[in-house]
Design a protein around this ligand. Structure first.
Ligand code: G1P
Ligand code: ZN
Length: 543
């Protein structure tokens, strides 16, 4: 048998962050680095043996090598069947769906999401469990522990798998099935949305521009938007996936996809403008002349979801991550459904989705999805918007104005301070944490602080507890200032500062976000003192 057990030495830094293990490519290229982490997964999840495992990645630099290793180690660890996307390609939501469709015991997803790719860029791995969701905290904690003691790994030596040929191949006792990367995902979307209606909307002249940002969604968007829904070929731009994402930063927001904002403001703007990120789980939505913030997008989709075929049975519940603006809470109240506030990171939605308590959820970081899968789903959000526009006959702009007139408007912005020295980032957080107890009752301008604490979460389904999930300063329903450290960066520390302001009066609904949030930003400056404590002049990125 070519299955061998080879000696290795542990690394001490294989600690998962908000979404899996993410490091520089060079870190992953160290001898046995990936093997160690994979073996930790096979050791901790012994129940994978004899079962089906899904493998795929976002196509970034190092994807193929990692996937060959993963397949050989799956065969070395007694996996009965590996289903892998052709060419090693699977978007994150497509991989989550395949786990569900094939009743697989789990999945290995190679991605660093929107982080830049290439030899000097980032790489990453996420382990998703049966049901399609990301490994919960308890499991990633165990992986970290095991990875620090690992002494050997098991691999099928000399494996020669053809990743580009669809169909079955045998590797010892393990069946390797190379499948089309898009088929099952496209079928799923077709079951949720009114494709006839959307097709008709395109026929009547409706126009979309979808930017795949040279990342994984190109083939998915082409198949669904162009081949199945009849949008013109030119509707999907940057559709060719590239190993280095064309040198770009496939993080669809107002910084890295500024050109889409400019397009939205141009005289010949299409009706809907959208983009997704490196691995296809994020989405950005713009209408003619208007950017829809992710928190608004979540709330507006919630308000219209019952019009979409896959959701006619009614809404079970809604959820947002803590720093996401509270627009969806207002809709939940109007619809009389539960609304959950979870820590940052998609994994926290999964128990609620599995328990059937949630239909739609989202994060401020351009993530939206529903109970149809267990990851956020970029193209899903785009199709949902298309379906709402086609069904209501309203423009994106009209949908937004009507929504704000009825529910009020949450102005929202996130400030990122990237690559700070860890000590300096910790000083900011520690200083504010200490100051919190004295803040309640203090008035700043028109607003009084009603709550100032550190967010902790007890999972309503399994009772698991997550502490230290961000500091929040709440001014009743009127405003919030949130501070937390990023868990996905690969260099130094990143501070995220989130500012939110809620207005309901008719004459306060059409301000610019910058104007509306200026007074909140001034208060945050005084209370959080990031510039003063870090020596920075301002945020590195504003989204
Ligand atoms: C960021 C986002 C978070 C998202 C995660 C993975 O994590 O803030 O909402 O779930 O990326 O896409 P962070 O770097 O803030 O820990
Ligand atoms: Zn992503």
């Amino acid at each position: 048998m070519p299955i061998r057990e080879l000696p290795t030495k542990p690394y001490t830094d294989q600690k998962s962050g908000t979404a899996g293990l993410r490091k520089k490519v060079a870190v992953f290229q160290q001898p046995h680095y990936l093997e160690n982490f994979l073996q930790s997964i096979f050791d901790v999840e012994a129940s994978l043996k004899g079962k089906t495992l899904i493998i795929g990645g976002d196509g970034r630099y190092h994807n193929r090598e990692a996937i060959y290793t993963a397949i050989a180690m799956a065969a070395g660890n007694g996996i009965a069947k590996v289903i892998v996307g052709q060419g090693g390609i699977l978007s994150t939501p497509a991989a989550s769906n395949l786990i569900r469709v094939h009743n697989a015991a789990g999945g290995l997803l190679f991605t660093a999401s929107h982080n830049p790719a290439g030899p000097d860029g980032d790489f990453g791995i996420k382990f998703n469990i049966a049901g399609g969701g990301q490994a919960p905290e308890a499991l990633t904690g165990k992986l970290y522990e095991v990875s620090r003691q690992i002494t050997r790994y098991r691999i099928f030596e000399g494996a020669n798998v053809d990743l580009d040929r669809r169909g079955s191949q045998q590797l010892g006792d393990t069946l390797i099935d190379v499948v089309d990367s898009v088929d099952d995902y496209a079928r799923l979307q077709q079951s949720l949305f009114d494709f006839d209606r959307i097709r008709d909307w395109f026929k009547r002249g409706g126009r979309i521009t979808f930017d795949a940002m040279h990342a994984v969604t190109g083939p998915y968007a082409r198949r669904i938007l162009v081949e199945q829904l009849g949008a013109p070929e030119s509707s999907v731009i940057n559709a060719m996936p590239l190993e280095d994402f064309g040198g770009g930063h496939p993080d669809p927001n107002l910084i890295y996809a500024r050109h889409l904002h400019d397009l939205a403001l141009s005289p010949d703007a299409p009706d809907l403008i959208a983009a997704s990120d490196g691995d296809g789980d994020r989405n950005m939505i713009l209408g003619r002349g208007l950017f829809i913030s992710p928190g608004d997008s979540l709330a507006m989709l919630a308000a219209h979801l019952d019009k979409l075929p896959g959701y006619k049975g009614g809404l079970k519940g809604l959820a947002r991550s803590m720093p996401t603006c509270r627009a969806v809470d207002v809709v939940a109240k109007a619809l009389k459904v539960e609304c959950f506030e979870t820590p940052t990171g998609w994994k926290f939605f999964c128990n609620l989705l599995d328990a059937g308590r949630l239909t739609l959820c989202g994060e401020e970081s351009f993530g939206t999805s529903s109970s149809h899968t267990r990851e956020k789903d970029g193209l899903w959000a785009v199709l949902a918007w298309l379906n709402v526009v086609a069904t209501t006959g309203l423009s994106v702009q009209q949908i937004a104005s009507q929504h704000w007139a009825r529910h009020g408007r949450h102005y929202y912005v996130r400030h990122d301070y990237d690559e700070l020295p860890v000590a300096s980032a910790n000083t900011v957080v520690d200083t504010l944490r200490k100051a919190l107890p004295a803040l309640v009752g203090v008035t700043h301008g028109d607003w009084t602080i009603t709550q100032a604490d550190e967010f902790g979460y007890t999972d309503p389904v399994d009772g698991s507890v997550a502490t230290g999930q961000g500091l929040r300063i709440v001014f009743g329903d009127a405003a919030r200032i949130i501070l937390r450290l990023s868990g996905t960066g690969t260099e130094g520390a990143t501070i995220r500062l989130y500012l939110e302001r809620y207005e309901t009066a008719a004459d306060k609904l059409a301000w610019t976000t910058t104007d509306a949030l200026a007074p909140i930003a001034a208060i945050a400056d005084k209370l959080v003192r990031i510039n003063e404590l870090t020596g920075r002049k301002g945020p590195s990125v504003v989204t």
